[in-house]
Ligand binder design. Structure first.
Ligand SMILES: [Zn+2]
Ligand SMILES: [Zn+2]
Ligand SMILES: [Zn+2]
Length: 133
């Protein structure tokens, strides 16, 4: 059976993070957007991943850390192990805490995004400015 899937209309684009946030009511107990296909309820991000990348993911990681985000560019396929590692990482290489406010999503030019520490970015920009003064 071929499943024809369209994005739900209940979405809102966050202009800063480019997150496509699901604002509908169809979520599971943990707050993840769901979709009913036939008699089954599936996790929407897994359905989207499969649709966009053409393969079934192991663990879909939301790079933006927003479980309601439906933007496939913010998805990363990881193994169970990698996924745990990603979620254990609470600080950047320079020891700044990666809180929601301290992280910004950087578009990497090949359609994906990377999480960048704002404090490091600020420090770096300050250094560069000093150099060229
Ligand atoms: Zn997102
Ligand atoms: Zn994750
Ligand atoms: Zn940092």
């Amino acid at each position: 059976m071929k499943v024809i899937f369209i994005l739900p209309r209940e979405t809102k684009l966050d202009p800063e993070t480019k997150c496509l946030l699901y604002i509908g009511r169809n979520t599971n107990g943990r707050g993840y957007p769901c979709v009913r296909i036939g008699s089954k309820t599936l996790l929407l991000h897994r359905v989207i991943f499969e649709k966009v990348f053409g393969k079934i993911p192991e663990q879909v990681h939301h790079i933006c850390r927003n479980k309601k985000c439906l933007n496939a560019a913010h998805y990363q396929n990881t193994t169970d192990q990698e996924h745990k590692q990603l979620h254990l990482r609470t600080h950047c290489t320079n020891g700044h805490e990666l809180t929601f406010d301290n992280v910004y999503l950087h578009e990497n030019g090949v359609g994906g995004v990377a999480r960048v520490c704002r404090t490091c970015k600020r420090d770096y920009e300050r250094k560069v400015r000093r150099k060229y003064r």
